[in-house]
Each structure stands twice: as structure tokens, then as C-alpha cells.
Design a protein around this ligand. Structure first.
Ligand code: NBP
Length: 485
């Protein structure tokens, strides 16, 4: 049933959604399809009317035009989900809503907010007695409509009033909702940010695998689509691998060429990958896979510079011969191992962020809710859930017995792939840096000792010794004896 006027409706809405572009309207429909009465609001009323005209029959909606009307349409405590453009628009909408709301009411920001903004907003609204929930929502427009993964932060108290509704509209895997309370203030948006960072790494690794199969084996996109389809039946099963096969198999109607060959090779970004890397730098966590993925997009976008660099000598060297079947299997292994590294690094960042802000984020719970609804959903996440169930204090995902076994089994293939690419001059930044990270992690003695020596030489920054505790400095410009400082 659709209510075409606002506060004349008898029933009050259990949830209000403001911001009815693609994400907001699909989430509003998802709530309504799940039996909730939904109040609708958008800055320009045309979007509200378009939603009601096209989908008003899907459930019970209350149409509102103004913020006071919208607030009046909601049952108490009021729950309002904001789905507007992240940044200043979110602040403007929060201010308008907060002025009309009462203590105990809940404002949920489902946009891709920067977690530090969420921390700031939560603190400011808490002073006014309002609950603020920064909720990461993943799954794109399809997920928003049919069941996204939802990562709500904010006060535990507000989750009690809100959680069951979010759990109902989220994706479900094995009867478990892909939604759980992540922790206080900005934790939900923080984990969503890292989720997006992992998504960047995942996509870059897939793209490198494609490039290798195309360049080294000379396979056509349709043939590579078949390879990805096959991979999707095994341990690599995931939404991104599945849709890679779809995109590679697509033929451009106009030219008859593979669609991938008529798309400009310049990848864009909206910012969450960059945020992830900035945060990782601040936290001192090496997220090399995500970093390479962000930089690879930046390089792809430097079109003028790339055009000017055409003709630079490749300097390729003779590569070991490759057998088609064996090489495809090597690339599969390298992709899987690199993916383990990207997730291990992402989970390290979440753990560091959780420690820094005192959020107590549970990595196993996160792996559980990422199994469905979101873009990085994958069979693999069941394994991550199991890994953290077996050892919640796992020092690195790579050290879980299952993942360790997989990576150790893959490492020779991984090296062959990196060698094959390097000899031929094929760029594989994420494959190569993930392998280097793995080698760095397992190397007993790193050259960081020399770096410490250099730092002490030019800046008297001191060093620690392997044989006794304390901090030491060599009198480099004096008699070069060592002093304890
Ligand atoms: P957009 O990010 O394109 O934002 C459009 C909405 O913001 C419209 O409803 C627009 O109202 C409203 N808006 C703007 Br712009 N400025 C406003 C202001 N100053 N005051 C009030 N409303 C304002 O929409 P989207 O793609 O649906 O995404 C919504 C949120 O969800 C974003 O934060 C996005 O990052 C996040 N998200 C998107 C995806 C995705 O796949 N697209 C996935 C996950 C999360 P108008 O109609 O009057 O112009």
C-alpha cells in the first residue's frame, strides 16, 4: 500500500530514508519489501515521486516533502537513514535533521563517509542526546535492493533499536545476516573503508592475471572468460571473479570487438582506496597490495605521461618457456596467494585501527558478514571466519594453518609468474609486491639494520643492538666508538 500524502497517514514509519538516488531508493524499497513502513524524503521531491510512481506498490511508503514532515512521519525513537553524497552534503543533512529530532532518536549515515568524520559527527550528536550510527553499506545498487552487507558502528544501545531491522534487510548466508554491530563511533565506516581497499587490491590482482594470460599465452578475452569461469568453481569462487568472466565475454555491439578492448584503459577512483592507504600510512601498517592497486589506477589515469613514454626501451630478457595449462595454473596460484596477502594486510589494518581507537572490532565477525551482499564476497571468507574462530589473536592471516598451507603450496608458482612477467616487461605491481611482502615477512634478518646505521650516521637517531638492551650511538664524526644513550 502506498500512502501518497505525508502525515495524514495513520501508521507511523519505522524507518525514514533521506537521499533517494540509486542507493537510497533501493534501500528504501528493501525496507518496504521486508514489511517496514518507510518514510521517504529527498532534497528535490522529484526523486521521491519517481520512486513512488515506479515502485510504490512494493510496500508501505510515506511520502514527505519537508524535513519537519519527514520527522513527524516517524515513530519514536526515530530512525533516519541518510543516503546522500558523502562530505558536506552529509553534514548539511545531519544538521537539518538534528534540529528537528529529539534525544534518543537515531541518525544513520549509510554513505561512504570518512571514518574520522563519523567520529566527529558521533561526538557532536551525542552531546545533543542523539545517537549517530555510521554504517558502511556494501553491495552497490543491486545489494542495496536485495540484501547488502551492512557494517554499523555507533553506540551499542542504538544497535539494539536498529540492528534487527538492518539484519532483516541485509544479505543472509547460511541463515546468518551479513550485518553485525562493529563497534563504537567510526568503526563501521573504518571497516567499510578497508573493505573497499581490499576490493581495489582484489580487482588489481584479477586485472594482472588477465593481462598475463592475454600477453604471455596470447589468449583472447573470451578464452580468458572461460578460465575465470573455471576458477570460479574452485577456491577462488567470488563475486569479482564471477563478473570478470561476464565482462571479458562481452562483445561490443558496435564494433564486434571484445568490450574490454574498446574501453579506455584508465581506471577511475572515488577515494576510499586512497583513504585506506592514507590511514594505513598513519597507522604504520604495510598494505602493499592495496597501495599498489591505488597507484596502478593513478598510473593508468596519467594518460598524457603514458603517451609520452611510448617507445621507451622494454629491455626484455629471455624468459623460461611456458606451457599453457601449467601457466594458467601458476597464475591461479599466484592470484590466490596474492589475495591471501591483500586480505591479511587489510585485516592487520583493521586490527591496528581497532587498537588505536579502542573499538574492539572482531575480525571473525567481519569475515562472517562479508560472506554475502558485498562486492568482495567470496568462498574464501568462510576460511577467514574459521581462521579467526580457531585463533582470535592470529598474528597474521598468513599464519593460520589453512592459509599458510595454501601460500606455501603456491609460492613457487607465484615466483614463476613474477619472473615470467618481469622477463617480458609486463607490469604486475600487486603480484610482485605481494610476493615481496611475503618474503619480507618470512625473512629472518632484514636490511633494516643498515637503515638504522645510516639514520644513526646522519642524524644520531640511535639503534638497538641484537646482543643487549638499550639505545646506542656511534660517534661517527669522532673516534667511532659507541656510546649508550
Ligand atoms: P549520490 O552519492 O550520487 O548522492 C545523491 C543524493 O545526494 C541525492 O539524493 C541528492 O539529492 C543528495 N544530495 C546532494 Br548530492 N547534496 C545534498 C545536499 N546538500 N542536501 C541534501 N541532499 C543532497 O547517491 P548514491 O550513489 O545513491 O550514493 C549515496 C551514498 O551511498 C553516497 O555516500 C555513496 O558514497 C554511498 N554508497 C554508494 C554506493 C554505490 O554503489 N553507488 C555503494 C555504497 C555506498 P538531490 O536528488 O536533491 O540532488
Amino acid at each position: 500500500m502506498t500512502s501518497s500524502t505525508s502525515n495524514t497517514s495513520a501508521a507511523k514509519a519505522q524507518i525514514g530514508v533521506t537521499g533517494l538516488a540509486v542507493m537510497g531508493s533501493n534501500i528504501a524499497r528493501n525496507f518496504a519489501r521486508n514489511g517496514f513502513v518507510v518514510a521517504l524524503h529527498n532534497r528535490s521531491v522529484g526523486r521521491t515521486d519517481a520512486l513512488l510512481a515506479e515502485h510504490g506498490g512494493e510496500g508501505e511508503f510515506i511520502r514527505t516533502e519537508t524535513v519537519p514532515e519527514f520527522i513527524e512521519a516517524l515513530e519514536s525513537p526515530r530512525r533516519v537513514l541518510i543516503m546522500v553524497k558523502a562530505g558536506e552534503a552529509t553534514d548539511a543533512v545531519i544538521e537539518e535533521l538534528a534540529a528537528a529530532m529529539d534525544p534518543g532518536d537515531i541518525i544513520i549515515d549509510g554513505g561512504n563517509a570518512l571514518y574520522t568524520d563519523t567520529i566527529r559527527r558521533e561526538a557532536a550528536l551525542a552531546k545533543r542526546g542523539l545517537h549517530f550510527v555510521g554504517a558502511g553499506i556494501s553491495g552497490g545498487e543491486e545489494g542495496a535492493l536485495n540484501g547488502p552487507a551492512i557494517m554499523p558502528g555507533g553506540p551499542a544501545e542504538s544497535y539494539r533499536a536498529l540492528g534487527p531491522m538492518l539484519e532483516k534487510i541485509s544479505a543472509q548466508v547460511d541463515g546468518t545476516p551479513c550485518c553485525t554491530h562493529i563497534g563504537p563511533d567510526g568503526s563501521g565506516h573504518f571497516v567499510k573503508m578497508v573493505h573497499n581497499g581490499i576490493e581495489y587490491a582484489d580487482m588489481q590482482l584479477i586485472a594482472e592475471a588477465y593481462q598475463l594470460l592475454r600477453t604471455v599465452l596470447g589468449l583472447e578475452p573470451a578464452e580468458i572468460a572461460d578460465v575465470f569461469r573455471e576458477w570460479n568453481a574452485g577456491d577462488l569462487e567470488s563475486y569479482l571473479v564471477e563478473i570478470t568472466a561476464e565482462v571479458l565475454a562481452q562483445v561490443d555491439a558496435e564494433t564486434g570487438k571484445p568490450l574490454v578492448d574498446v574501453i579506455v584503459d584508465s581506471a577511475e577512483q572515488k577515494g576510499t582506496g586512497r583513504w585506506t592507504v592514507k590511514s594505513a600510512l598513519d597507522l604504520g601498517v604495510p598494505v602493499t597490495g592495496i597501495g599498489e592497486a591505488v597507484f596502478a589506477r593513478a598510473l593508468s589515469g596519467a594518460r598524457d605521461q603514458r603517451a609520452a613514454a611510448q617507445g621507451l626501451v622494454a629491455g626484455t630478457i629471455e624468459a623460461p618457456p611456458v606451457d599453457r595449462t601449467a601457466f594458467i595454473e601458476d597464475v591461479r596460484s599466484a592470484l590466490y596467494a596474492s589475495k591471501v596477502i591483500a586480505y591479511a594486510q587489510g585485516f592487520d589494518q583493521i586490527s591496528a585501527g581497532s587498537d588505536e581507537y579502542g573499538w574492539d572490532v572482531q575480525p571473525g565477525a567481519l569475515a562472517t558478514i562479508w560472506r554475502g551482499g558485498c562486492i568482495i564476497r567470496a568462498r574464501f571468507l568462510d576460511r577467514i571466519k574459521d581462521a579467526y574462530a580457531a585463533d582470535p589473536d592470529l598474528p597474521s592471516l598468513v599464519l593460520d594453518p589453512y592459509f599458510r598451507g595454501e601460500v606455501e603450496r603456491s609460492v613457487e608458482a607465484w615466483r614463476r609468474v613474477v619472473v615470467a612477467a618481469t622477463c617480458r616487461g609486463i607490469p604486475i605491481p600487486a603480484f610482485a609486491s605481494s610476493l615481496s611482502y611475503y618474503d619480507g615477512l618470512r625473512t629472518e634478518r632484514l636490511p633494516a639494520a643498515l637503515i638504522q646505521g645510516l639514520r644513526d650516521y646522519f642524524g644520531a637517531h640511535t639503534y638497538e643492538r641484537v646482543d643487549r638492551s638499550g639505545h646506542f650511538h656511534t660517534l661517527w664524526s669522532g673516534d667511532r666508538t659507541e656510546v649508550e644513550v
